[in-house]
Design a protein around this ligand. Sequence first.
Ligand code: 13P
Ligand code: SF4
Length: 335
Amino acid sequence: MDGALEEEIKRLTALGLHRRCAEGALEQVAARTLEINRLKKARKAVICAHVYQTPDIILGVGDLVGDSYKLADDCRKTQAEVIIFCGVHFMAETAKILNPSKKVYVPSKNAGCSLSEAITGEDVRKLKAEHPGLPVVTYINTSAEVKAESDCIVTSANAEKILRKMYEGHEKVIFVPDRFMGANLAKALGKTPGKDIILWKGTCIVHEHFNPELIKVYRQRYPGLSVLAHAECPSELIAAVDFMGGTGDMMRYVESTNAAAYLLVTECGFGELAKLKFPQKNFIAMCRLCPYMKSITLDSVLALLKDPHPEEVTVPAAIAARAKRSIDKMFELAA
Ligand code: 13P
Ligand code: SF4
C-alpha cells in the first residue's frame, strides 16, 4: 500500500469513518477520497456537503458543510473558482445565483427535491393575483423561477424569525411550498393556518411519513429521551416532540444538551453524522433516506471531477437577477 493511502486511512479512521465500513472497505473509501481531494485542488474547486449526505462525503471530501442556510452563506464568500455541490439541485442553483461567474456542478442528475418540484413560477404568479398585496415568503427548497417571483426566501434556520418580521407589516402572508412547515411556523407564531397564512400543497417525501404514534412507544422504551424533528414534519408529529427546527438547530441542540438519548426524526444522514460528532451520546434511529440526496456518492463526485461538463448548473440571467433579490432579502432579515 502506498504511503499516501496509508495516511488517508489514518485520517479517515481519526474521523471515525472506520466505524461505518465493513472489513476492508475503508481502504476503498480512502482511495476515492484521496483522489477526489487531489483533483479538487487541481481544479481550484470547493466541495459543499449538506448534512444529509453520507459521512464519507461530508467528512472525507467536504470543505463547506452544514444546513441550507450555512451552505448558501458560505458559497457567497468562497474564493474557489468551481463549486461542487453535494446536496440537491435547488441548493446548487442558489450557489450559482450568488456566484454567477463561478462554475457550479451537482454530481448527480437525480438530485431533485419533492418540495422544489411541487410549485412553479406560474403557480406563484397565480397566488399573487388571487391575494394582491400579500408578501410571498418562499422556502429555499424551490427553483430559481419560483424564487424570482418571491419577496423573501427563508430556510429552516431563519423562517420563524423572518416570518415574524413579515407579520410586523402585514396581517397575512403567502408561504410556499411546504404546507407542513408553513402551518408549524404559523402555530409557533400564534397565527392560524388558513386564516393568517396562505399555504401551498407541497410536502417533503421524507418528513411527511413519520408516525407520531411511534414517538410514544420510544418514550416508554427510553426514559429521558429527547425527541427532535425537522420543521418539514406534519403538525401532529411536531406536537409530540421536544424540539422543532432545521438541521443546524437540531445539531446545536444535541451539542448543548445532555439527554439520556436522542430520537432524531429526519433524514438518516443527519443521525449518522451526529453519531460520529458525538460518539459519547446515545442516538435512537427513526429516520428515512432522501433518495435525491442519496443519489450522490463518492463515485459520482469522482466521475464529475474527471468530466464535469454534463452536470453544470445554469440559471438564465434575468431569472437569476430577480431570484437574487429575494435571496439577498433573506440574508438581510436573517442577520
Ligand atoms: P436544512 O436547511 O434544515 O438543512 O433543510 C434542508 C432540507 O432539505 C431538509 O429536508
Ligand atoms: Fe427535499 Fe425532503 Fe429530500 Fe430535503 S429531505 S431534499 S426537502 S425531498
